[in-house]
Design a protein around this ligand. Sequence first.
Ligand SMILES: Cc1ncc(COP(=O)(O)OP(=O)(O)O)c(N)n1
Ligand SMILES: Cc1ncsc1CCOP(=O)(O)O
Ligand SMILES: [Mg+2]
Length: 405
Amino acid sequence: MSTLCLPEQQTPLLTHIEPLLAAAENYQLGEAVELGASRSAVVDIVIEGQAISLAFGDTKLEGTGYQVRDLWVAPYPSLAEMQQQVANQPQLVVLGLPTATGFADIWHHNGEARANHCHQMGDREPAQAMLLASLALDYPLEDAVTLARAYARSVVYQDGLLAWPLERQCFPRPLTANHSEAEVLGWSSKEVAVKPFAKTDPAKLKLYPVVDTAEWVEKVLELGVKTTQLRIKDPSEPTLPQQVERIIAAGREHQAQVFVNDYWQLAIASQAYGVHLGQEDLETADLAAIQQAGLCLGLSTHGYYEILRAAEFAPSYIALGHIYPTTTKQMPSKPQGLSRLALYQQLIGDMFPTVAIGGIDLSRAESVWQTGVSSVAVVRAVTQAEDPQAAVDAFNRILVRPTEQ
Ligand SMILES: Cc1ncc(COP(=O)(O)OP(=O)(O)O)c(N)n1
Ligand SMILES: Cc1ncsc1CCOP(=O)(O)O
Ligand SMILES: [Mg+2]
């Protein structure tokens, strides 16, 4: 249970907040949110005992939270100027900053500014309302800002219908180097622009065991698996280059899609089928080199903003995680759950293949598959199965579309 308390002057936002929370309950997107009145001029949100405040306009933020700036009078500050300001002020959230071609929403992330951009921004109140509702539902700030714009835009596109935003056309575009307007707008990115990555064979995706030795890769390929990944987390592992060579040879022999996790230089040098990277790698890995070498690229994502950001790079698949609690990896984010997964899948549609990962076992595979994902990635469900062949066969029986039966 969380609480969202509004100051008197912001109670008109309830026209949006109430239906949004009802929609979230309907889709089972989070815990119940109790609405109340704030005794100060700021909005107060409390989630599991943790309090954050949001101050809008001239109201000054005191304590932990966000200072939201969303009212602009010409002459407007430039995008480059606001990028700098937000990078220096972690609490500053900028909504609807007018730019040469549209509007930008900007927020702070790990010492830098991140932004979404769109041409039609919708109104201020629905954006404020969704920002508050989604923060109270425990979405991270980047997703709350992204949802805020998607909702404000959807109110316009859907003739004032007060519904949870589902369609891609409502969502803004992250400003990355791949955004055609980023340079003109004066937005500086750490990444470089890249062309679309090679495509995977969707018929071979389906079950995707992620394993930690070349031996396991060879074993799952023998069991009939057609997509797998070598995930060795220790970069000083002396046998790493040999293991990568082994899995590439095994992948070719079985005509399988074998990915290398993290070590993109090694993957390029050994002409691997593909490489899987996390969000942080987007700023450091040479994506252009991976693309030019013809390797497939899989990208990890953990929510709305990361999905949209990943999509900008046109990867070979987008991984969505972690869906359920997992003991395989320490995760900084919370499990997404099935309901959020279903909406992410709807947002991505058939734009890119999707891979669900995290805590998926045989008992959960059917409901995950029903969300429409293209693939189910598992670690323990195969590597710790008493009988891995039986586990692979059981997954293969579940991961079938009606047209294939
Ligand atoms: C298929 C698939 N999805 C997600 C991940 C996680 O990748 P990343 O976020 O880079 O974390 P590490 O695996 O490197 O710890 C993955 N490996 N595979
Ligand atoms: C590598 C990784 N990335 C997100 S969850 C995860 C581990 C999934 O392991 P398991 O299938 O055992 O829960
Ligand atoms: Mg990684």
